[in-house]
Write a protein that binds this ligand. Sequence first.
Ligand code: ATP
Ligand code: MG
Length: 446
Amino acid sequence: MLDKNIKYILKNIKNHGYEAYLVGGAVRSFLLGLDVSDFDITTNALPQIIEKIFKKTIPTGKKFGTITVIHENNSYEITTFRSDGHYSDGRRPDNISFSDELTEDLKRRDFTMNAICMDYDENIIDYFGGTEDIKNRVVRCIGDPDQRFNEDALRMLRAVRFMTQLGFSLDEKTRLSIVKNSFLIKHISAERIRDELNKILISDKPSEGIRTLIDTELMKYIIPEYMNTVGFDQHNPYHDKDVFEHTMEVLDNIEPKLNLRLAALFHDISKPECFTQDENGRGHFFGHHIKSAVLGKEIMERLKYSCDMIEDVRILIRYHLLKEIDMKDKGVKKFINNVGIERLDDMFSLNIADIKGKSSNAGFEKVEVLREKCRAIIENKEPLSKKDLNINGYDLEALGIEKGSIYTELLDKALDLVLEYPGKNTKEELTEYILSLINNKKGLDS
Ligand code: ATP
Ligand code: MG
């Protein structure tokens, strides 16, 4: 059943003597029985007429025919039938023109499932076999895929995104055309690529999308560094899968939060680069967490992710290696400091997904022990960082110590002491300790 607000809008336009249909994602979702969040309406009424018909409107993209109508605190995008002109840059039409023909408007849309209309009486109007394609769960271009991807290369990535989100397959002709035209994605801005990649990543089974990006070679142009992971044998008893297959398991096994999915995607990206084999032929990847954090950051910068997201993901990758963590209290405190209290749950989610992607099924005890240790330390409010120290730069100045890099060195050492012996975090104890360090230093210098 169509929502009463949509009914009102369609009826209102109809009563003024114009055609109006619900179109695109809303109809697609309706036919699939999915929730609908945004509603696009297409009409032969010109934008200025829509502005007259409705009380509250915003000229969102008036030049391109789109007016947003606000009704009962919801917004609805109403776009005049359009036909797109010539595409010379592989991104957007050089010009558009308004049309009086619904078919013209539907013809310019990307996929058959996105070109189905519904009128006020809930009749379906489907000129390109979209209903059948939805039934068969295929993403198919309208018209000649080569031409459609040449017009707008982003459509290739949209095809992979819809396929992944909906659990559809790609129509073979559409798929082959993506393989042939994948290089065209170079014309598309990083931001638009990023937005589609994000939708792939937070879908139910992101690995399907990532595999398709690899198979169609789109990945070669989006994240070329990723290609090295495919088929890279780890020569390690804990890993029955190559780097890529392991990563796909981690990706599917972590909650659909963008930061976690990005961290999963990039957590081992530098493994191939760090690979060594010992005398027994066993594979090692020393330092791969450090290199992967650097490379992941570089890729996310290129794809124009926000600084906060980049830093969040970088830290998750950098500290994902459980083997590296000294489980004594002092080591755990350093781990908390490095990761940040607010990021610990996400860190453990990555650790658990990482273990799920391995053959050994080592269990999650180590993660749970670490989680419990972190919890106890935080609950006891034990000092963790320099700001928790009961001594600071002013105190060092008062002791007559000359300012310079020695301040950092002394406070680092004081923190080291306090991480191991929290009871020593008093001004007296720390002053005494610092003076002993200075005296030792003087002794060594003379
Ligand atoms: P969702 O909102 O879930 O991403 P949607 O189908 O609503 O899905 P939008 O990007 O909101 O997708 O676009 C609305 C409609 O506009 C699409 O259904 C499609 O008909 C058309 N469309 C969007 N982008 C393109 C494009 N690059 N080329 C051709 N048609 C497009
Ligand atoms: Mg939409």
